[in-house]
Design a protein around this ligand. Sequence first.
Ligand code: NAD
Length: 494
Amino acid sequence: MVAAYAYTQDKLFIGGEWVAPLDGEVVPSIDPSTGAHWALAAFGGKRDVDRAVEAAGAAMRGPWGRMPVAERAALMRKLGGLLEANAERIAELETRDNGRPLRETRLNITAEAQWYYYFAGLADKLDGRMMQINPALIAYTTRVPVGVVGAIVPWNAPTLVTTMKLAPALAAGCAMVIKVAEHTPVTTYELARLVEQAGFPKGVVNVVPGWGHVAGAHLAGHPGVDKLSFTGEHRTAQEIMRAGAANLKRVSFECGGKSPHIVFEDADLEQAANAVAHAGFMACGQSCALGSRILVARPLYAKLVDEVGARAAKLRVGNPLEATTHIGPQTHKDQLEKTLRYIDIGKSEGARLVAGGVRLTDAGRDKGYFVSPTVFADVKPEMRIAQEEIFGPVVSMIPFDSEEHALEIANGVNYGLTAGLWTRDLGRAHRFSSQLRAGTVWVNTYRIIHPAVPYGGFKISGIGRENGPEAIDEYTEPRATMINLEGKYPYPYA
Ligand code: NAD
């Protein structure tokens, strides 16, 4: 039976060993382009999470906690190198597991090595402050690893999201238990193999995929976990926050988005059309940074709607392993149904369907979860398709009449992750960016995510930042030490 699967991993990576689940299970993983089981994957249960948390705690108290920072950084660089060397193979596995086109997973996974290199470089720069309070009193701060980190990861980019948590956590000296999404366990086992090969001490990195309501919830409430780093839906973040309240866990959350992509009348129309179409359909629409609301200055509106509609109609939707494919399937059946449901909502709200709007079942796509790239025009800002995160390849095009009007629409949602704008007016670029309630603003470009540049959200898009030196703050506690240089302590009650 096992031979029927293209990939099998029936063990979890805990405490540096590959171990069978104690109270978990071995579950088939679905290839979303065929709807068929393609891999078998070990899921952890509560006892497995307990073991992993214990192993991470032991690593913090053991050799990892005492390791000179240069050695820690060297291990991270080794992991980056191994990731580069294995990028092609891991990219193919990720594409099988989540359906994202190979052309995108290949770029992502190759780039991930840069996170380990960048944060290895920061590891020996975690310096503090020194203060002379008065001639007899000095104070200084040091940065202490926050401790055992629980990382809870979604399915749309499992290795990239894991890496954005793991690299700064390792640089800070933390140990981690990784709970990747139930839909896409495979590539995180591969990351664990590379961690093992790089020679990290046992227990520094533990991989326990599993069900959100079982392994995820248990990790979120575990008293041995000091911090939770979560990427996913804000509703899950709320549950995790409640579960973590018992020991006041530190949290950082990267949640969803409904990003505005704004095209002013002075924009280069051709470049803007390229960008808004790419930003609206990348990752099969399953990206937190998706430019899903396209706000266009009225004089350009009709032309840009035509341009984006024409580009959407030409995108090749199909087998994500093929080099010519632009858009793969939705990663799982529930997401497919959610995307189709929102397309129906858009139609019933009165938006004008310009392109797509259907499930694709011809040409060998009948069992996969394919949706045609969908463009709605004449969308009103208050419509549900313009307010709620769909997480599928569906964009809403909205006209605006002035800068103030554009700003009001752009900020008029509960999300605040990213935004893009196209203008050749430098003053407007600065003025407008500074008023956007978004963690990242891209001007005349879109979706550049770089290890050196902080990434995270305002409002329900999250708490805290990944990437850049800001990410190190998420994995360290500042400790203040105050020293009385004279050693005198007059008794106040004398
Ligand atoms: P999700 O919230 O359903 O699941 C995310 C993870 O949480 C999974 O591992 C899941 O198993 C786990 N989980 C579910 N219930 C849990 C519980 N009760 N306790 C603990 N863990 C639990 O999100 P998803 O559907 O996997 O991912 C899509 C969402 O992720 C979108 O909203 C998207 O915008 C967001 N996302 C954000 C970023 C970012 O950087 N801001 C990046 C990627 C995805």
